[in-house]
Design a binder for this molecule. Structure first.
Ligand SMILES: NC(=O)c1ccc[n+]([C@@H]2O[C@H](COP(=O)([O-])OP(=O)(O)OC[C@H]3O[C@@H](n4cnc5c(N)ncnc54)[C@H](O)[C@@H]3O)[C@@H](O)[C@H]2O)c1
Length: 494
């Protein structure tokens, strides 16, 4: 069944439609171009030679030809003027892209654009819109103005196009989780914890909520107190559910709060970043930061349920998305399963194609759970997840770059050291490097940090064991060696 987008000329239907088609793996058709190909003539010539009525009939014919195909169609601006066309469109999922007229005018003021569109020569955009707006407004409307990011509008349209609550997979072997496409967040009697940004995009219909700052700042003791105050003041008991709705910072502080309030209340996690979906919300670890130390206070607690909806990924900033990819790649590389996708489907991954994202999520969760099963309390093997962190952490502190990108840098640098020492073979090094370059770009990986600065950081880092450094040497995907190197020797290697 086709999905249709209607709206004024220049409203962005084609740009938005093409992006949606890449995400949903569906073909995209621009109706005007389709008609031009059918008639072997430009729209302008069809209008000039045969008139508007004839053109509208061609639109009806085209709608009938396309309506039952699996495609996204960007319709011509005037398609809704004809009753028969409106009736067809009404029977299918059709959205109206209600773009600000000024934005349209800015886009359409070139001579070329006016030349392509015969109606614009005769009438102003305002007049054309006035005549059509009542027809447009009959369809599900999406406001699109200068402040609306493409990603937001795309994610909302996709949620409208797709059926709600499609269960993709579920598991309850050690952690109850469900991967649900187009999850409808429902309020019920729960208390939601979310970040400002998640509230702004997804929180409008949720009233019982505690909103925290975006990012790591949210994992503070003050915010923990804020959550406790709320629960005490509202006399919540242990059967009440605390819902962590957000990235890893939110799932971490929510998990911790739920685990200690009255010695444990109910917990539900709805992770909304790729990193939290593949890692932070999986495995039952939680925590908050204190006195500058990350995760220094925390517990282990599995949530009653974790819901993972890959569509949340669509609104993430590029940097947050990439950080999630680094994390997923790391888990897949260590486990030896699913890492090929980062090479084979890279174009799709960049476009956040939902099938590729789903494969990454599914695989990473399975692998992470396998690791957690062996070492729930993080006393041994779970440590391998710190691959790239020794130097990544130093890089993060020196450059202020985001954590996930710093880990990618750390992986490259640690691998380089191991290759130089003859511990890692060239083939494995270049294989990993090729993928890392695709994910985070060569520029970041090539940032040069003077070895003196790295050494100083490592010597002064209180988190690092004074005598020994743990490093992971990948032999091949799925097979690695955990090296325990004297700090003195490690400093010489840098
Ligand atoms: N518990 C664990 O096992 C574990 C494992 C790995 C990492 N972590 C923790 O995870 C945290 C990092 O998590 P993160 O990378 O998700 O960062 P984050 O929680 O700070 O989220 C990143 C940003 O994305 C925003 N955001 C969240 N969802 C969004 C969405 N769907 N659309 C648009 N914006 C959205 C947030 O508001 C924030 O600004 C760290 O504190 C780390 O310690 C925990």
């Amino acid at each position: 069944m086709a999905f249709f987008i209607v709206g004024m000329m220049g409203s962005g239907k084609t740009t938005i439609g093409k992006k949606i088609s890449k995400i949903l793996n569906m073909k995209f058709i621009d109706m005007d171009s389709y008609i031009e190909a059918l008639e072997s003539k430009s729209i302008r010539d069809i209008f000039n030679e045969k008139g508007e009525i004839y053109f509208r009939t061609l639109e009806t014919k085209t709608l009938n030809l396309l309506k039952d195909k699996e495609i996204i169609v960007s319709c011509g601006g005037g398609v809704i003027l004809k009753k028969e066309n409106r009736e067809i469109l009404k029977k299918y999922k059709t959205v109206f892209l209600d773009t600000d007229l000024q934005l349209i005018k800015n886009r359409m003021n070139s001579k070329e654009e006016i030349e392509k569109r015969p109606l614009l020569k005769k009438e102003s955009i305002e007049n054309i819109f006035e005549k059509r707006k009542n027809y447009y407004n009959k369809f599900k409307t999406f406001k699109y103005d200068i402040k609306t990011e493409d990603n937001y509008i795309i994610s909302r349209i996709i949620r409208y196009f797709l059926d709600e609550n499609q269960i993709i997979s579920e598991d309850n072997s050690i952690q109850n989780y469900k991967i649900i496409l187009n999850y409808k967040v429902e309020e019920l009697e729960d208390t939601f914890i979310m970040s400002e940004k998640v509230n702004q995009i997804y929180g409008k219909k949720i009233s019982k909520k505690i909103i925290l700052e975006n990012g790591e700042k949210s994992k503070s003791i003050e915010n923990f107190q804020k959550i406790m105050n709320y629960l005490v003041e509202k006399s919540k008991n242990r059967s009440h559910t605390l819902v962590g709705f957000g990235g890893g910072t939110i799932t971490d502080i929510t998990g911790y709060s739920a685990s200690v309030y009255k010695r444990g209340m109910k917990l539900k996690l709805i992770p909304t970043t790729l990193l939290s979906q593949v890692d932070a919300a999986i495995g039952g670890k939680n925590g908050i930061d204190y006195k500058g130390y990350k995760n220094i206070i925390g517990t282990f607690k599995y949530p009653e349920i974790t819901i993972i909806d890959p569509l949340f990924i669509l609104t993430l900033d590029e940097s947050d998305y990439i950080q999630g990819l680094v994390e997923a790649f790391k888990i897949n590389l260590l486990s030896g399963e699913g890492f090929e996708i980062f090479e084979k489907e890279y174009e799709n991954i960049l476009n956040r194609n939902i099938n590729s994202v789903l494969k990454i999520i599914n695989n990473s969760i399975k692998q992470k759970i396998n690791i957690v099963k062996k070492d729930f309390e993080d006393k041994g093997i779970r440590n391998i997840l710190n691959y790239g962190h020794t130097l990544g952490h130093a890089f993060e502190s020196i450059t202020g770059k985001p954590h996930g990108l710093s880990v990618a840098w750390g992986i490259r640098k640690e691998n380089e050291i191991l290759k130089k020492k003859g511990i890692m073979d060239d083939h494995t090094f270049y294989y990993i490097d090729r993928i890392l370059i695709k994910i985070v770009g060569e520029e970041l990986l090539n940032i040069n940090i003077e070895s003196k600065n790295l050494k100083d950081f490592i010597i002064n880092d209180k988190k690092i064991n004074r005598n020994k450094i743990n490093l992971i040497s990948i032999i091949k995907p799925g097979s690695y060696e955990l090296l325990n190197i004297d700090l003195k020797d490690f400093l010489e290697m840098i």
